[in-house]
Design a protein around this ligand. Structure first.
Ligand SMILES: [Zn+2]
Length: 150
């Protein structure tokens, strides 16, 4: 059976929606970072219709994407991954930490600092911890539990 990439869509179980392959060059979901799987154009259409009500708003997805970019910049994501050595693939790790940081921002122990207008100066996009201890505890709770139950 001939396989044409242009006719294949990517489905994300996390977001319950499909993406055009151009939107996921790495194979991971552009919004939540989870691995996506291939599906035909028609499957994607059918699924997309069924999942319509569950589709995340675009603005929330973009905001989440920005948060992910900020905390992983300069190889920080990989560095965290190497130090923590979680029992999950990197993409999942990245998605979980992003979720944790989003909760932290909501609860007030993490702040994301943005410049007033978009800029190429990466250093102006920052993550700051008003309660670093809290972040360390949450991170440990997220990834350390299986190791500590011996
Ligand atoms: Zn997703």
């Amino acid at each position: 059976m001939p396989k044409s990439a242009s006719r294949t869509y990517r489905w994300c179980d996390g977001c319950r929606r499909s993406y055009h392959p151009d939107d996921c060059p790495t194979g991971n979901c552009p919004f939540c970072g989870l691995p996506t799987r291939e599906m035909s154009k028609f499957e994607a259409l059918a699924r997309g219709f069924m999942a319509n009500e569950l589709t995340v708003s675009d603005i929330r997805g973009k905001h989440r994407q920005l948060i992910r970019l900020i905390w992983t910049k300069n190889g920080m994501g990989e560095q965290y991954y190497r130090v923590i050595r979680p029992d999950v693939p990197y993409s999942k790790f990245e998605a979980r930490v992003t979720d944790l940081l989003m909760r932290g921002a909501e609860e007030g122990w993490v702040q994301f600092v943005f410049p007033p207008a978009p800029t190429d100066d990466e250093s102006r996009y920052k993550v700051e911890f008003s309660d670093e201890e809290r972040f360390v505890q949450e991170l440990a709770a997220l990834f350390d539990s299986s190791e500590q139950e011996s």
